[in-house]
Design a protein around this ligand. Structure first.
Ligand code: PLP
Length: 413
């Protein structure tokens, strides 16, 4: 088997020196035990739940994860006609482990997989590494990164085994509406395709005037769906390596569980207890409200920033998730800058870190998302605002003018 190539996004972030304003990632402000207890509506019970002194550290949490945690995860998918039970939930090592479990248990060499594009890289690199052939389902930048169902239909082959979606979407911060989800499931049902939906950013929804869209799990019409998620993004606990696969389909569940026994056996008892407490009725909503407040304020800042720089910056303002896909252009010509060079020069001059699309999100051709960068917006508002201020100053500096001139002579658009 060929060696994995480097995973470009963390490689980019980890290779940067002197970061002052980190806006290249997607993890919100973390929580300590103390902060979790302070956020809880019942601090005494949370303190008790997080006291591990007398815990027996030989206890494993079962072949599927503890019932207590699976109950809490199932509740995240309540509120539709479809009932999701603790029995449908399989606990894994964060979303990374849940995605791996799904891909490894379902895919074989020669299978065809369709994946949204752009996308978080492991969602197509892991299937590729497992021997699947990948077709990219391009989202349309001229239509707010909407996914075209007609395009999807044309990509399906007799060997198509799996469709991979990410909803809310990283990096664009867009969502699949309930009707788009239904149409996807209708196509999948017609061609017997398993839908893998990475929903790690759920329930980070930002529109205040429209109802939150359902999970791909919450449609009675089709059950060959595996949804994955974890505590890493919406719940700000990315070092607690707990995630989940959820499926209502008995065959999918059996194959996930069988592989889990071989490759994982048991998740960490301590991590599971922290996760169950974070998702409990006393902690879940306060954690989400804290992050939504940051997102709400920061999106208002992003709106103002876009309005102030209409000729140099463009973006679809996110309706979900934690990141925006922001395009930088030469204000004189409207042509996109070289985004890698932009991010490098921005870092050197301002200490603000963004993630360049041509390095971290382009797979088909290097110029696919020229000018685009990923900007994280669920961080603390003072940091976000300072980052935008510094980017704004950079855009009016001679260094940016020189970079724009260089971008036009170097490469594709
Ligand atoms: C779409 C997506 N899936 C999975 C992951 C990995 O998450 P975890 O930390 O839960 O393994 C990330 C991390 O950024 C992500 O953006």
């Amino acid at each position: 088997m060929p060696r994995f190539q480097d995973f470009a996004l963390p490689h980019w972030i980890e290779s940067q020196k002197g970061i002052e304003i980190p806006l290249g990632g997607s993890v919100g402000p973390g929580l300590s035990f103390k902060e979790l207890i302070n956020l809880s509506t019942d601090p005494e019970s949370t303190t008790k739940a997080l006291n591990f002194y007398d815990t027996d550290l030989t206890v494993r949490v079962g072949t599927q994860g503890s019932l207590e945690l699976r109950k809490q995860v199932a509740k995240l998918y309540a509120g539709s006609d479809v009932t999701v039970t603790p029995d449908d939930v399989i606990i894994a090592n964060a979303t990374t482990g849940a995605n791996l479990l799904s891909f490894q248990s379902q895919l074989s060499p020669g299978d065809h997989v369709i994946c949204m594009y752009p996308c978080y890289e492991p969602l197509f690199q892991i299937p590729k590494q497992l021997g699947a052939s990948i077709t990219y389902w391009r989202l349309d930048p001229s239509n707010n990164w909407e996914a075209s169902l007609a395009d999807l239909k044309a990509l399906i082959r007799p060997t198509t085994k799996m469709l991979v979606v990410n909803n809310p979407h990283n990096p664009t911060g867009t969502l699949l509406s309930a009707s788009a989800q239904q149409a996807i499931l209708h196509l999948a049902a017609r061609h017997d395709i398993t839908v893998h939906s990475d929903e790690i950013f759920r329930p980070l929804f930002h529109a205040t005037d429209t109802p939150a869209p359902p999970s791909l799990l919450q449609h009675a019409s089709y059950d060959k769906v595996i949804v994955t998620g974890s505590l890493s993004k919406a719940f700000c606990l990315s070092a607690v390596r707990i995630g989940w696969c959820v499926t209502r389909n008995p065959e999918l569940k059996a194959s996930l569980l069988s592989l889990r026994q071989w490759t994982l056996e048991s998740t960490s008892l301590i991590d599971e207890r922290i996760a169950a407490e974070a998702l409990s009725d006393r902690c879940r909503d306060p954690i989400l409200a804290r992050l939504h407040a940051f997102a709400h304020r920061n999106l208002a800042e992003l709106h103002a920033f876009l309005a102030k720089n209409p000729h140099a910056v463009a973006a679809t303002v996110p309706t979900g998730g934690a990141t925006a896909f922001v395009k930088f252009m030469d204000p004189a010509s409207g042509r996109p800058v070289d985004d890698l060079q932009f991010c490098q020069t921005l870092m050197e001059h301002t200490g603000v870190l963004l993630s360049p699309a041509s390095l971290c999100f382009s797979q088909l051709q290097p110029g696919d998302f020229k000018g685009y960068t990923r900007l994280h917006f669920t961080c603390r508002t003072e940091i976000f605002k300072q980052g935008l201020d510094r980017i704004g100053e950079f855009l009016s500096s001679p260094s940016y003018t020189a970079l724009c001139a260089g971008s036009q002579t170097n490469g594709t658009h």
